[in-house]
Design a protein around this ligand. Sequence first.
Ligand SMILES: [Zn+2]
Length: 463
Amino acid sequence: MSPPLRNVSVMLRRSIALALLGVIALTACASAPQKGQRVRIVHTNDLHGHVERAAAVAAVAAQQRREEPNTLFLDGGDCISGTPLSTIFQGRPIFEIMSAMGYDAAAVGNHEYDHGWELIEEFRELATFPLLCANARDPEGKLLADKEYAIFETGGVRVGVIGLITAGVPSLTQKKCSEGCSFEDPIVAARRLVPQVRKLADVIVLLTHCGVQTDAAIAGAVEGIDLIVGGHSHTELKTALNVNGTRIVQAKSYFERVGIIDFAWDPETRKITDFTSRLVTIDADTMANDPTVKELVDTWEEKVDAQVAEVIGASSGLGKKQLRTRIEHIYKELLDCDCGYQNMGGIRAVIASGDIRIRDVWTVLPFDNTLVKLTLPGNKLHAYARKQLGDRFDPNAEYTIATNSYVSDQQEKYFKVTDAKVEDTGLLMRDEVVKWVRKNAGFKPKTGSATSPERGAGPNEKR
Ligand SMILES: [Zn+2]
């Protein structure tokens, strides 16, 4: 398949960018700078793998660019995690699809760490546009994004776009996903970078994944920011906020909205004027779809169907509590432990009677947690786990518990301990459950081994 024209032009733009060391010429036919040069910004955020509307969003962006060639297309991060397509292929197709959509730059969101910070490098390679983030570094202290900022020259106006992420990443993902990485306070990073980029650009845009409250705090604390294109809080800002002269926008989530900003830049006052912002509601069924993006999305979704349609067993119907018991049994058997523990909050669906498909197990266990063996003294065992041991329980003995990495990370909440011995298998619990169900043609445990109670009361929890 020959690459679509847009991809060629994106690649061309990227090579020009490299040649000019960070300065990207957006339009070859840009007219000479004039008073009140117009700039348009099209923006999205927090798509979380919901590419079912990608072709419609791409069509909107292309239409805006046809009307106003001096257009930048930006995304505020959290591109991955939320659909089987994203999870099965660890977010990779999302960056391929976004490249076909013609983005000029994206921020890095906390969910981009969901499969480990190391994968962000692969996302950078897949994306034909730069991933921008000035305040996140890997364990060696290297920038995790392509660069801190990019300067886009459009119609003679130099637009400096600085990427920022929430400093709360370590508490928003499993610990190992950002282990050793460092996150600078976004306000401190903005204070450092805005004056620096100001020397190279006429207009300063922060492309952030910090949430609207932090965006307002940055705008209040740092002078000289014209615009903040945000994400993370999934906020639907129908019109831009104005904090300390800085406009703040955000376009909900999941590609349900696309934001469109127009302004003029006055070279005499060196200020932006005539600022307007609006959100467009995306309805993929009634709106134009970009055929290239549509085809790419369909090709990927066919691969998802092929992966999750397989029948691996049968069931006469299982409720969440029954599933919990069965899953705990599977954990216990797989890791050869004394008992199994599955948090109720991690079971997100029931199994209907009839065939069990891989898709059903994915829906029950949507989170990418791994199987973990915990070793605990008997007196620290949760009463629920003690019941599984029955007569064998001895408060002075040590016990092994097979559980998932979320429970292990939150062991204080579940077992009131902080120092349980943790052995993480690195195996995705959902994959292992799928294999077990396929081998046993269902969730049914072997005779005599269902020792855990059907109606155990774990701690109340939310995720
Ligand atoms: Zn987020």
